[in-house]
Write a protein that binds this ligand. Structure first.
Ligand SMILES: Cc1cc2nc3c(=O)[nH]c(=O)nc-3n(C[C@H](O)[C@H](O)[C@H](O)COP(=O)(O)OP(=O)(O)OC[C@H]3O[C@@H](n4cnc5c(N)ncnc54)[C@H](O)[C@@H]3O)c2cc1C
Length: 489
């Protein structure tokens, strides 16, 4: 039963999209004794709607259920035009760590990382309880190579700062240390030697940053597991609680959702790069929409079998044998993921996601269309950007030339404006002119969706229950000042 429930979520993700109010409801598996009678539904339960089933929406739904179900009957309704993980989240490489490209810990990086690790643990526990055997979390180190002498100096400085932060107990969940060229070569034996030459570094300088404590996640399996955890929590709650996925279903406006599916105590917009299509959001969020691609590459069967059999057994050519033994030794050392430029997110033996984000200036209508276009389509595979990404991935790690292209994923991410503290996401209450406080927002997660999603989901859930966003840091609410200056106190 539990497995069937996970499968139904998968079906919702891959099924044909509709844009009308038709809906497929994947209801939580409440035992009949807990199911609230129809007459009880609206009045007694706190009802929340979340628009968007990406990292942000799934995390907020989990936290809302976690906090509200302790107080009384709760309903969480999750809406998505494309199903779970239909937007940028489904296209992500899955790299989870709290460091900026200069090696500094991101603003609130420690809190965010702790919250993300907690949600990952909850997702793993729920998947395991549901009998799901699929791995979706890989714990290994990550390396960012210095691309310039300046970046090398930044890494060195950042590592010293981090050491002080760790000694002061301000940072606990993660570690980073400087590495030399020799150490980097040792850690990344499959990498092309040219990858280490680009920085033109003086002798003895820092060649890269080694990050420990980060994770690589399979994004869509992770989101399905978070949703499964939300449903299990509803099932286990003391009060009658339910979690329903409405997908595929396009929300035309937040007001429309209130009228057609409400009343809701709160509606949270977590529609990612397509949020601007909702009239209540429009251009309220200063974001640049960038399209990116991910190539899912797999070691061909012959290589994998050869390795499994101790090398050489299943291959016919000497090149395959040589590749297999080199890969085998690389894998024994558990090669780290590679950040920066064309990044390589390792997903266990024989599988990785290679990615880059390039084209900017997209519209929210294009972002919405991207949510509804299937991944792995031949249209993606034939695109020049995809061919260029494959070429640059192969150039970084030559043995990838013989790896199979399993799928191509594409997504549009919403890059927030930069601030002195970096590029932080947006969250808070929509300060609409009618004074309504029912509409909430999370967006602009940029390239940092995984590190921030759970922490912001937690902040939002508390604020929604309080009915005020005063507890949400002003850094996340800065969009209110520019978009609604007269409405913000
Ligand atoms: C190629 C690529 C690689 C990336 N790699 C990483 C990475 O390794 N690590 C990392 O942390 N981040 C990564 N990111 C960034 C990360 O994917 C985003 O920050 C994150 O996905 C944003 O999550 P979200 O929930 O805000 O938006 P989304 O994931 O886009 O979710 C929004 C959801 O809302 C739905 N929706 C939109 N409009 C409507 C509507 N009107 N009605 C109903 N549903 C609607 C969409 O279908 C979608 O499912 C990557 C992004 C890309 C594009």
């Amino acid at each position: 039963m539990l497995i069937r429930s996970l499968q139904s979520a998968t079906l919702a993700t891959t099924s044909k999209r509709s844009v009308g109010p038709r809906t497929t409801v994947c209801c939580t598996r409440l035992p009949s004794r807990r199911r609230p009678p129809a007459c009880q539904a609206a009045g007694a339960s706190r009802r929340y709607a979340v628009v968007g089933a990406g990292f942000a929406g799934a995390a907020a739904a989990w936290h809302l259920m976690e906090q509200s179900s302790r107080l009384g009957p709760t309903e969480i309704h999750l809406y998505d035009v494309a199903g779970l993980a239909g937007g940028a989240s489904g296209a992500a490489a899955g790299l989870l760590h709290p460091f900026s490209p200069t090696g500094k810990v991101l603003w609130k990086g420690e809190e965010a990382m702790q919250a993300a690790l907690q949600l990952v643990a909850a997702a793993e526990a729920a998947a395991s309880r549901a009998g799901c055997q699929d791995l979706f979390v890989w714990r290994q180190s990550m390396v960012r190579l210095a691309a310039t002498a300046k970046q090398s100096r930044q890494f060195e400085k950042a590592c010293k700062q981090l050491q002080q932060q760790r000694q002061a107990g301000a940072v606990q969940s993660i570690a980073a240390s400087p590495i030399t060229v020799a150490e980097a070569r040792d850690l990344l034996p499959g990498l092309s030697s040219s990858a280490f030459d680009t920085a033109d570094l003086p002798e003895g300088s820092v060649a890269g940053l080694l990050i420990q404590g980060g994770l690589v996640l399979h994004p869509s399996k992770y989101i399905r597991a978070v949703w499964e955890a939300t449903k299990q929590m509803a099932e286990d709650a003391k009060y009658a609680c339910r979690a329903e996925l409405h997908a595929p279903l396009q929300v035309h406006s937040l007001e429309w959702l209130q009228q057609e599916h409400g009343p809701f105590n709160a509606v949270l917009c977590a529609a990612g790069a397509a949020a601007g299509m909702l009239p209540e959001i429009g251009k309220a969020l200063p974001v640049d929409l960038c399209q990116g691609y991910i190539l899912d590459l797999e070691l061909p069967c012959t290589h994998a079998q050869a390795e499994h059999q101790g090398g050489g057994g299943g291959s016919s050519s000497s090149k395959v044998d040589a590749d297999s033994s080199r890969l085998s030794s690389a894998r024994q050392q558990n090669p780290p993921s590679l950040l920066g430029g064309t990044y390589l997110a390792m997903q266990g033996p024989g599988s990785l996601a290679a990615g880059a984000t390039k084209r900017s200036g997209l519209t929210s209508a294009q972002a919405l269309a991207a949510c509804s276009s299937p991944s792995n389509s031949s249209t993606h595979q034939d695109r020049p950007d995809v061919a260029a990404l494959r070429t640059s991935a192969n150039a970084r790690m030559p043995e990838l030339e013989s790896w199979r292209l399993a799928s191509v994923r594409s997504g549009v991410r919403a890059m927030p404006g930069r601030t002195p503290q970096g590029a932080m996401p947006y969250a808070g209450l929509l300060p609409l002119s009618n004074g309504s406080n029912r509409w909430w927002l999370v967006g602009g997660l940029g390239a940092r969706g995984l590190v921030y999603h759970a922490w912001i989901g937690q902040l939002l859930a508390s604020a929604i229950l309080e009915g005020s966003d005063a507890s949400i840091p002003m850094e996340l609410r800065r969009w209110q000042l520019t978009s609604y200056p007269s409405n913000v106190i």
